[in-house]
Design a protein around this ligand. Sequence first.
Ligand code: SAM
Length: 409
Amino acid sequence: QKDEHELSTFLDSGIYRFQNSNAVFIDPVRVLNRSYTRFRVSPSAYYSRFLEPKYAEKETKVSSNSKKRKRKQKKPHILNERERAADQRHQEVKPVLLKAHEALLGATDLLMIMGKWRTEICSSSECGVEQSFVELGRVWQAPMYEITFNFNQGNELQYCSFYRCEQRVLPLFNNLVANETCDDVEAEILTRRYILPRQSCFFMSDLGQIHNLIPAESNCGFNLIVIDPPWENGSARQKSLYPTLPNRYFLSLPVKQLTHTEGALVALWMTNREKLYNFVQKELFPTWGVSYVATFYWLKVKGDGSLISDLDLFHHRPYECLLLGYCSLEEANCKYQSGFRAIKDNQIIISIPGDYSRKPPIGELLHEYVPGPRPARCVELFAREMTAGCVSWGNEPLHFQDSRYFSGK
Ligand code: SAM
């Protein structure tokens, strides 16, 4: 009966909490859809990499090819000191990851639903060339680009017999653009359509302009700060998808200035490199004024519940880390000290990945750990999408708001 309850909660919320486990499964499409009233995030567009059979095959081929390449090249590799430390970290968390995966494989009702997704999803209807906001923001005309909101007043006045559409035109870059209504809004940029969730906000700029996000009063700051930096790594695929930055650039992120008077929970997405782990613990968090509290792991599975790659594959682990810490302004320090202990370490978030480097929406999973005002005042740094109640900042926060990623109206 408890399982039944979990399943019906999952169908509403997109979050499935396994019994007696520190793991949850999330369906990002269901979670994201809670930000929308009229539009729906398209599962085929979200899950194109790991659910559509042709793509799943391609991904498997790519990873088995790289395995083959590795096998061919293989001479017994002696781990250096850093690799040994990384391996030790991996060995420590491996039983927790395996237990979480077992919990998923034991949830047959959930696996059945996931199985249906594969047959239910159909090809995305809209296509065309996507806008590259990174490119658009670099040209000299950037300050002249605009976004046109088409407010659909017919929806708010649903019992009226008339239908009115109001337009509003705003600068696209270096500007805080908000949809303050309680409804999704359609917007146009050049020739493409974008869908903005209710009560959401974006600021599209380069890192050099991020200071414009700092609130004039710290009680208007943020108490949940999610950061997914464009870390450098060797992947050519990543390089062609978005620009990356050397680590030292992230030291200048104004995390403390963005923090609410009552403190903030800071959630930082990481890759599995030991060097990066050391940089974050020894330099980045101390510079930001963040005290480390716990690590969560994002375990990536395919539509049939299997891991996207072998758990022991050294350079392609099927998981990523989310480091959690608190940033507190001096006066809030004592008040929230108890909160530091409340987050249980090693929690696992399982989901089927979307596009390359797209992270699952974790805001709701973190809300119980956020100090200060409710609803949480959330900002996502280096965002590529928007969610209700959150400010999205980066050089392409509208990337996944393109109407091609949505279905219906
Ligand atoms: N969290 C995102 C998601 O789930 O889709 C992925 C973020 S991705 C790891 C990093 C983002 O930072 C990319 O969108 C990239 O274009 C952006 N970025 C890179 N250099 C930047 C800069 N100088 N200023 C602002 N954003 C930048």
